[in-house]
Design a protein around this ligand. Structure first.
Ligand code: WT7
Length: 645
């Protein structure tokens, strides 16, 4: 396989694209020189408003105050459904592909409308009003989309919790947002395994006295525990519901949803997005980043529990009247050709997935891909972590047959939509680089002291100025919003990533520079994993770092110090890993756990994570300055017993 550093825009991509290279440059220039004029024009193009805004944007990073289109009125579900009905009532909105092959069906825009309207009425009948928070803990079935849009229709604020999260994680999220209604399913099915969603919710709501309704969708029909005081049978309630619900008129700055994400300290943050700016940014990026054309079949493999699922399975595509595929399963069930079979079966044109999935499938050989007909593919995308050039080339050559551009999209839960990528018809690709800023996005690279660097450089990635899809606050904690993103480098939004910029202005994301890990594209806070470990009575202290992992990108490496007199053994090793899985979900489970009689600390008691990272990576030549350590002997002991050599 020949590894080329640059791939120019192909004629095919140019012919399909909305924008030429010249258009991109011109539009980008306009977007940063006259942003309010630019965004007003886009807002009028992409979104149907009941009433216009008073002011396009009002942003003050020093106060962490961000507003877009305040005073304007709209409803997001109207924009995703009602306005399409005159032309698209019978067009497929959602293609569902179940966990088991053969379980698939289409949902038209008319049917989507009926289901969402009914669901909105069901929520209303349970007393849900504008501004109330609703927790959604569901498998990847079409009802998760109905639930989100039903909330949007009545102005309720949804908080989707990933179906792989544990009881503890659901509980903390329900309590943090004071959700009083939970929407779930009896069970989930993923990769042939049953996920006891209702049981997990029951255990969580036992400690959530304000939850008055749990709406249960039937997925497997299993006999689940039933609490008649709060449990609501979804199918029965829907059968009685009216199929029209007047959309609630929302201000552009009214909340649309909360989505929790991990940070470097403390408990997960409730990232809050609002109606107007978010739906504009999600739909506009979906159209241009994927060059999405009417009638195409679009598939993003994310889960609704992540921002990618929010913006690029449901909100962006549906606002554009697209056909979006919802996949319940995993890439390797019943076997590792599942993705390629689904692409062939549904003639998928645009395919958007994560580097970790690409690496896992790449390792299984080309045969599984080649035996499927992938000729429908036009464009490929990746998201979640930097893609290594080997995986990029495999994706490009074996999956895309050298014929599909790849968009490597850099963004975050906080950003609402893609900020950096190469637009397929406008800019050539460099494997491993995310690329160029989207319209209205002004990235900058700072040195450690906060000085902006010019030209080719490497440092901290920040953004100057706002964009409509930006988060507005941490739910219930405006101070934390300010401190996390705006206090370190005043006047900038600090993303937490390191990056370099090359001579052509392309951005290459290096990875998190805070104590956040990226494991299989999932964002994990080391502090949360450490807190889970020290819950065990035998553990006195824990420190968690990442180490390079072939498939997952990063793996979780935990150093654990036991209470005096305790002994580490295989039994305790798995007990501790299971404890983390129970507290935080299985993907937070440490891959490696090293018993550490003591941890390297500064004289002021701060754990020297830099050294722990080096030991975990087996990079011993360059341990850096250890002179400030309280007990340099601790390091020798850790090196001697390291788990990767
Ligand atoms: C972090 C955000 C945005 C949806 C998925 C993750 C990393 C994301 C890329 C990319 C390199 C990437 C960053 C970022 N990341 N996309 N294309 N190249 N790194 O959302 O959980 O909020 O995580 O994911 O480190 O800060 P998230």
């Amino acid at each position: 396989m020949e590894l080329k550093p640059f791939y120019p825009v192909s004629d095919k991509a140019k012919a399909h694209s909305y924008l030429s290279e010249h258009d991109y440059k011109q539009m980008y220039q306009q977007s940063i020189e006259r942003p309010d004029e630019f965004w007003a024009e886009q807002a009028n193009t992409f979104i149907d408003w009941y009433q216009p805004w008073e002011q396009v944007s009002k942003v003050d990073y020093h106060q962490a105050q961000i507003q877009w289109f305040a005073g304007a009125k709209l409803n997001v579900s109207y924009n995703c459904i009602d306005r399409h009905l005159p032309e698209r009532a019978s067009q497929t909105a959602i293609i569902f592909e179940g966990d088991e092959p053969g379980n698939s069906h289409h949902v038209s825009y008319q049917e989507l409308s009926d289901q969402v309207n009914k669901f909105a009425n069901v929520l209303k009948s349970r007393g849900v009003k504008k501004g109330d928070r609703v927790c959604i803990y569901m498998p990847m079935i079409v009802e998760v989309g109905y639930a989100m849009l039903a909330c949007a229709r009545i102005g309720a604020v949804h908080s989707v919790v990933f179906g792989g999260f544990s009881t503890e994680s659901i509980k903390t999220r329900i309590l943090d947002a004071d959700c009083q209604v939970v929407i779930t399913a009896d069970q989930g099915m993923r990769g042939g395994k049953v996920i006891p969603l209702k049981d997990n919710v029951d255990a969580a709501v036992a400690d959530c006295p304000n939850v008055h309704s749990v709406i249960v969708v039937e997925r497997t029909g299993a006999d689940v525990n039933w609490n008649p005081a709060i449990d609501v049978h979804y199918e029965q309630a829907m059968a009685q519901a009216d199929s029209f619900c007047e959309p609630e008129i929302m201000d552009a700055e009214d909340p649309l949803f909360i989505l929790y994400t991990s940070g470097s300290t403390g408990k997960p943050k409730g990232v809050l997005h609002t109606c107007g700016g978010y739906i504009l940014y999600a739909s506009m990026t979906h159209k241009y980043v994927f060059d999405y054309r009417d009638g195409e079949i679009y598939w993003c493999t994310a889960d609704a529990g992540w921002i990618t699922g929010h913006s690029y399975i449901f909100y962006g595509p549906l606002a554009n009247g697209a056909t979006t595929l919802v996949f319940e399963g995993v890439p390797t069930y019943p076997d590792a050709s599942r993705f390629w079979q689904v692409i062939e079966e549904h003639k998928v044109n645009v395919f958007y997935t994560a580097p970790t999935a690409i690496r896992a499938l790449m390792g299984l050989g080309d045969e599984l891909v080649n035996k499927q007909d992938l000729s429908s593919l036009r464009l490929l995308g990746t998201v979640g972590e930097p893609i290594n050039p080997e995986a990029w080339h495999w994706y490009y050559e074996v999956v895309g047959k050298n014929n599909c551009p790849i968009v490597d999209t850099w963004w975050q839960t906080e950003t609402g939509g893609v900020l950096i990528t190469t637009l397929p018809g406008s800019s050539g690709m460099k494997p491993g680089a995310a690329g160029l800023p989207f319209f209205g996005i002004k990235p900058a690279i700072l040195d450690a002291d906060g000085n902006e660097l010019e030209g080719e450089c490497r440092g901290r990635l920040v953004l100057t100025g706002s964009w409509p899809g930006q988060m507005r606050t941490v739910y219930g904690d405006q101070q934390r919003f300010y401190e996390t993103y705006f206090s370190q480098y005043p006047g900038y939004y600090f993303a937490g990533d390191g990056a370099k910029r090359d001579k052509d202005g392309y951005y290459w994301i290096i990875g998190r520079i805070d104590d956040v890990l990226n494991v299989s594209g999932h964002r994990l806070g080391t502090a949360e994993i450490e807190s889970a470990l020290v819950l065990h009575p035998k553990v006195s202290e824990a420190a968690v770092v990442g180490y390079p992992h072939d498939i997952k990108g990063q793996g979780v490496y935990a150093y654990v110090t036991l209470m005096k007199g305790e002994q580490g053994d295989a039994g305790l090793d798995s007990e501790l890993k299971d404890l983390v899985a129970k507290e935080l979900g299985s993907f937070s489970k440490p891959d490696l756990l090293q018993w550490s009689p003591s941890l390297p600390k500064t004289r002021s008691g701060k754990i020297m994570r830099r050294i722990l990272r080096k030991i975990a990576e087996n990079e011993l030549d360059n341990l850096g300055d250890t002179s400030t350590l309280a007990d340099p002997g601790a390091v020798d002991e850790l090196i001697e017993n390291r788990l990767i050599r």
